[in-house]
Structures are given as structure tokens and as C-alpha cells.
Design a protein around this ligand. Structure first.
Ligand SMILES: [Zn+2]
Length: 122
């Protein structure tokens, strides 16, 4: 990995951390939500599937973008913000589907997730 690419990745990481801090709490966005569990199977081409689970409580950051685990993927990731917002609006407790990484590195379709979201309401 060359230095420019590394610098770009670090910048991206910091940007994500800032976005996360700016997102505000789950409680401030969705006061009716008691907790959110996102379970996903992460599939990367040429690698073993990885099961990833994310728990959100009212005090968590309302930040639902999951990073891509591919090392040289810079602008990738999986954004579940819209999915979760729609679920809460419709007071749905379960949702599932799949997303492909939006990254623009050399190999397209290098990773995807199959997710299940469970939301409990107060
Ligand atoms: Zn990616």
C-alpha cells in the first residue's frame, strides 16, 4: 500500500468518526426505540464469511454505516440508515435484505452483506 492511499484511508477513518459523533444519539432521533440489533453476514470475495452483530441502545450514536473489511476499500461500506429510519417510521420490528459494498476500488462487487435488523420499541 503506498503512502497516499494510506493517508486517504486514515482521512476517511477520521471523517467517519466525526460523522459518528455528529450523528447524535439513538434516543434523539428515535425516542420510541428501546434497542436495535443489526446482524449481518459479511461476504468478501475470496474470504470466509464473517458474522457481525451490532447493538444499539438509546444512548448509542445513531450511526448505521458499517465499514467494509476489505483493506484497500476506501469509499466502501454499507449504509443501513435509510433502512432503519423506514423501519422505525413504520414501527416494524424485523427487516432483512442484502447490500453490496459501494466502494470504488479496483474490484467491483468485492463484498456484500446479508442483514437482519430487529428493533424493539418502548
Ligand atoms: Zn468495500
Amino acid at each position: 500500500m503506498n503512502n497516499n492511499k494510506h493517508a486517504a484511508m486514515m482521512e476517511k477513518k477520521q471523517e467517519l468518526m466525526q460523522l459518528r459523533r455528529d450523528a447524535g444519539s439513538v434516543a434523539s432521533h428515535f425516542p420510541e426505540v428501546a434497542n436495535i440489533v443489526m446482524r449481518m453476514t459479511y461476504n468478501q470475495r475470496g474470504a470466509k464469511s464473517i458474522l457481525r452483530t451490532f447493538h444499539f441502545t438509546p444512548g448509542s450514536y445513531a450511526f448505521f454505516i458499517v465499514n467494509c473489511l476489505r483493506q484497500d476499500c476506501i469509499d466502501g461500506g454499507f449504509d443501513l440508515t435509510q433502512i432503519i429510519t423506514t423501519m422505525v417510521r413504520n414501527r416494524r420490528m424485523e427487516g432483512k435484505g442484502s447490500l453490496s459494498c459501494t466502494g470504488t476500488d479496483s474490484s467491483t462487487n468485492h463484498s456484500d452483506i446479508v442483514y437482519e435488523v430487529a428493533i424493539q420499541y418502548i
